[in-house]
Design a protein around this ligand. Structure first.
Ligand code: GLC
Length: 749
């Protein structure tokens, strides 16, 4: 039987109380009074989250609530049922403690925004915050109090299906956008109407699942843990996120749901987090499956001592915690602390004063204002990856016949993406519908689905597609992945376009018409073969309810694409992991050093001299780098300079660059600032994102962008030493992606 260092538990309880972020005395007093009046059974009841019955109240569920054996219900969204469950809790249970109702509102409730990976491509915290706010208002109008979002797992592996709900590969971008989502969900105060509690998940390292295979082990060395995977969670904890959720994985061999280092040491003792922690679905019981707990009782003991306050779906707390407390295996003080954490959030939400929901107090679901935010998010999420010969934008004035071909041009459900429990395809506007509306009688829009789904292999309808292409002035292919091919438990070993989609592109390309390809997917895809036949390629992720109008505006040039990749696109799955903030290694590849597999002389002798790091058959460069995205216009960076060439710790480095729109379109550019510590006591990445600005310029207009970089942002976590910005030379890069840009050097004294 594993023994948890008691000192760790006691210390974290004590420090959690002392270092609680801005404790509200009134809330603490009320929580303490409630706690004192509770029986141990009622305390344990608060730690149990029960799955709803999707619109009804089975007798056992009603009884659980009435007897105070449930503290939270998830997955119930029928307002009448929620109010009745709450009535039972508040009016029929002994202490009348309200329930907290939860649901995965990951990228929208009824109005569906682009998948989070698509929202990350906007590089627009303010817009992401607005999106989370409308999601919160819609969820709250149904009677929900809590969402299990933002998901801020850093991911460098597009095989992993949940990359779709992540904010990409970079800790700085994921921190900025994760905090924006927390602000959007929680507002200024959790008690505000339309505010719901957010949840930072999945703590920590879910995106590092080995092989990109969901739920697999995550082995993360200390330097990567602190420099890559923890920062977004620390940022959300500092931003006041109300709850945390553990990852399913074992992290360095210790499953997160039984991992006191994560939840007692890092989260409570180091960060002073004072919200509460909910397990993932049955992740407490799964400690027996991981093989670290002999039975459910031991799983309950490990999880409570490790700092998992509330158990989702499995019932080890309900079944064994009383006995564990009576036996002294779990101090009642540990249970008290968990209950206090939960009561604190319920009090902050105002559930005691306002336990019930009247939807008429809220704006209508999927109203025009909400759809407008969703459209703007979709517009700014689309990334233009290729545009040879200015194939885009389409010139509506010259367009007479437009052919839309492919399984994703008119699929209201698939374009919503994964994790859209409460989305409604009825509200979706597809690209076909939007283009027909936009073009009106100015041009005909012919649609040939050609493939029933993204996985279809039948080419029977290809002749219809080829015919439509021949008759058209312009051809737009809508390809990619059905939404179910990404998301939880849906990892892929291959990243190509599924089914016979590549064959479809080839067949249509034989007409000789310019091919414009729009890809909807939940992950980066190996687009190389598709690009061979595409004059232009727009990557739209799964763009949500209003993806159609957004894509139509971009294709017709009413807006220029402005999205930038939040994740590297590898040429093939074999390159993974491939990410921009890699170490230089001692033998980095160069154009000169790379030899393609076909170019190796027959019987070339084995050498150990002059070798460098690359794949014989896949090189060393991604298909598209992190931060990449084209525009219809062109931007020039000029006159990169520092206010001071050298700064001391505690100063702020001021970086200025002139950005000019030298093209013919009004457009937005995301100027990105990266740093590099040239010499460091451990190898640091060749680039680290530390700032970005989305700037809109008219043709010919230019503007000076100024970045303020506190020296602590130059810091790095050194195992065994902590965070430091070591003195010495740093390089500062500013440009339109992680691979280009101008460089200037500065000195930390
Ligand atoms: C799922 C997911 C988690 C989600 C929870 C409730 O398995 O891992 O992200 O919030 O269960 O649906």
């Amino acid at each position: 039987m594993k023994k948890l260092p008691f000192s760790l538990v006691v210390l974290s309880l004590f420090s959690g109380l002392l270092s609680a972020q801005n404790p509200d005395p009134e809330v603490e007093k009320k929580a303490a009074e409630l706690l004192q009046s509770m029986t141990i059974q009622e305390k344990i009841g608060q730690l149990c989250q029960v799955n709803g019955a999707y619109g009804g109240i089975p007798e056992e569920l009603g009884k659980q609530v009435r007897e105070g054996r449930a503290g939270s219900i998830l997955n119930e969204v029928d307002t009448k049922t929620l109010n009745e469950l709450q009535r039972i809790a508040v009016e029929e249970s002994r202490l009348g403690i309200p329930l907290i109702f939860a649901r995965d509102v990951i990228h929208g409730f009824r109005t569906i925004l682009p998948i989070p990976l698509g929202q990350a491509a906007t590089w627009n915290p303010e817009l992401v915050e607005r999106g989370a706010h409308i999601a919160a208002v819609e969820a709250a109008s149904a009677g929900l109090h809590w969402t299990f979002a933002p998901m801020i797992d850093i991911c460098r592996d597009p095989r992993w299906g949940r990359i779709a709900e992540s904010l990409g590969e970079d800790p700085f971008l994921a921190s900025e956008l994760g905090v924006a989502m927390v602000r959007g969900f929680q507002g200024e105060s959790l008690a505000d109407k339309g505010a719901i509690a957010a949840c930072a998940k999945h703590f920590v390292g879910y995106g590092a699942a080995e092989g990109g295979r969901d739920y697999n082990s995550a082995n993360i060395p200390e330097n990567e843990l602190y420099n890559i995977y923890l920062p977004p969670f620390k940022a959300c904890a500092d931003a006041g996120v109300a709850t945390f959720m553990p990852t399913f994985n074992d992290v360095n061999g210790v499953p997160a749901s039984g991992n006191p280092f994560l939840f007692r040491k890092v989260l409570r003792e180091d960060w002073g987090f004072n919200g509460f922690v909910v397990s993932d679905w049955e992740s407490v019981r799964q400690l027996t499956v991981h093989g670290v707990a002999a039975d459910n009782k031991e799983a309950a003991r490990q999880a409570t001592l490790a700092g998992i306050d509330m158990e989702m779906a499995s019932t080890t707390y309900a079944d064994h915690l009383l006995e564990l407390v009576e036996q002294g295996a779990v101090p009642e003080a540990v249970v008290d602390e968990a209950v206090r954490n939960i009561l604190r959030v319920k009090l902050q939400l105002g559930l005691f004063e306002h336990p019930y929901t009247d939807p008429s107090d809220f704006p209508a679901l999927a109203n025009d204002a909400h759809r407008a935010v969703a459209e703007q998010a979709a517009l700014q999420s689309c990334v233009l990856l290729r545009n040879d010969g200015q194939a885009l934008p389409l010139e509506a004035g010259k367009l007479q016949r437009l052919a839309l071909i492919g399984p994703l041009a008119d699929d209201p459900y698939e374009q919503l993406g994964t994790w859209i429990f409460d989305g409604d395809p009825q509200h979706t506007v597809t690209p076909l519908a939007a283009l027909r509306t936009a073009l009106g009688d100015k041009a005909s829009v012919q649609f040939v689905k050609a493939l029933e789904t993204s996985r279809s292999r039948s080419q029977a309808a290809f002749p219809d597609a080829v015919r439509a292409a021949r008759e058209a002035d312009a051809v737009v292919l809508f390809l990619g992945e059905e939404s179910i091919l990404s998301g939880e438990a849906h990892s892929r070993a291959h990243l190509g376009l599924p089914g016979a989609q590549l064959e479809l592109i080839k067949a249509v390309a034989e007409t000789g018409k310019p091919i414009i390809t729009v890809v909807m997917a939940g992950r980066p895809l190996a687009l190389g073969p598709a690009l061979e036949y595409s004059d232009a390629l727009l990557f739209a992720w799964h763009p949500g309810t209003m993806g159609g109008p957004a894509i139509a505006r971009l294709l017709l040039g009413l807006e220029s694409p402005s999205g930038k990749l939040p994740v590297t696109f590898p040429t093939t799955a074999g390159q993974i992991p491939m990410y921009y903030n890699h170490k230089n290694t001692g033998k980095p590849a160069t154009e000169e050093s790379y030899i393609h597999i076909d170019d190796i002389p027959v019987r070339a002798p084995q050498t150990s001299v002059g070798n460098t790091s690359y794949y014989l058959d896949a090189g060393y460069k991604p298909l598209f780098p992190f931060g990449f995205g084209l525009s219809y216009s062109q931007f020039e960076y000029r006159n990169l300079r520092l206010r001071e060439p050298a700064v001391s710790p505690g100063d702020t480095l001021v970086v200025m660059v002139e950005l000019a729109n030298t093209g013919n379109y009004e457009a937005e550019e995301v100027a990105q600032l990266y740093i590099r510590d040239v010499v460091s006591s451990i190898a640091r990445p060749v680039k680290e994102l530390k700032g970005f600005q989305r700037i809109r310029l008219k043709p010919g207009e230019s503007r000076t962008a100024t970045f303020h970089l506190p020296t602590e942002h130059l810091a790095y976590y050194y195992p065994g030493k902590g965070w430091m910005a070591e003195p010495g030379q740093f390089e500062i890069f500013v440009g339109g992606d992680s691979d280009t840009g101008f460089k200037v050097s500065c000195e930390i004294r």
